[in-house]
Design a protein around this ligand. Sequence first.
Ligand SMILES: [Zn+2]
Length: 436
Amino acid sequence: MPSILLFNPTILTMSSEGDIIEQGYIYIDEGKIVGVGKIDELPYEFKYADLVLNLKGRIALPGFISYHNHLALHLIRFIGIGLTLDEWIDLVAWPYEKSLTPEESYYAAKLAIYNLLKSGVVGVADMHFNMDSVARAVHETGIMANLSVAIMDTKIKSYEETLKENLDLYKKWNGVDNNRITVSLGPCGIRFLKTNQFQEISTIAMEENMPIHMHLSEIQDDVKYAREEYGKRPVEVLRDLGLLGERTLLAHAVWVSEREIDILAKTLTNIAHCPISNTVLLSGIAPLISMLHKKARVGFGVDVNPEWDVLAEARTAMYITNNLYGSPPRLKSFEILKMVTGGIAKFPGIEKHGLIKPGYDANIVVLNTKDPEGWPYKGSYYSTVLFSKAEVETVIVKGEVLVDGGEVLTISDKDVEKAKNILIKKLDELPILKQA
Ligand SMILES: [Zn+2]
């Protein structure tokens, strides 16, 4: 693997607010960050890196993480806006998913990853079907991914079938590409599984030591269902099944009580906050300020956000939260960016991500702040990254350059065209578009 010298960017190390190196350098070798500092102290031997990128006028920081995705739903992200979650599932998602072939999942995932890489995302946690195809797309494109199958007992997929797919995925893909791909168990949500099935999943998770990725309390019906079936709130159900902890990732957590947040924070359980999806699908507003106050581990998830952009999630969270509370405590740009850059919440594979620091994985995003969109960045670096929409010029994952000059190197224009041609036919099958 070639050594890389990033020469002369402004570096946001994300270690603490204000830890910013102007005219800095980052030296990368064997996929890791080896040296970080100011260019006038650049060690002699680093000058002879295999690849040197001149990054004057750029900001470099840890790459962005999206903690909750359905890559294969990229194709339908614009459809059904204004429907509630359950209406959207019935009218858009399930009609699309019921005939989704492995080939279609593969191409949809490729386009989804293309968009994510172009917007600076280096890692995703993804849950869906046909995950062997999604894993293939991940493997070819170089993004980091924690994958799971949406295990559910519904009219379109059976519990046995989805559980088997998840366990097969684990055997085949967990740890592949130097841990760039990891696999979790993906119980879709409390409402989509019978009590005994949910118990079996928790037994498997414990016996096989498998991490968990699932939806939690996205809408009020989830809480109602848990109270009726289990006599307790959803977080208590998970706690009593032994499903909480630092290797668990819960998407949404919109309808959680203060006591539930305490439990999530105490158990170091990770939360994917998805404010755009929650707004578009009329689910509600998660209590983000309270989660952060209690030091819960929270990051952002693109989910089925029509913008397909994790920075848009971060901006939305900041706007909504600050407006809702109207008085301090307010969210600040550094805090929000810390969540985006993988410094707070974790999933398997990104343990050594989130700081520009020797020993950390070389997962780096570089923004061009020379153009008017990102100028003048001086003195407000964190806000520039969040708000400017400056071009993502370079993306590096585990020491490999995946985006250069704004172009995705691992997905060709031909790949993109082929994917579009194959997928466009799929839209004609959607009943909601036939009615329109
Ligand atoms: Zn979801």
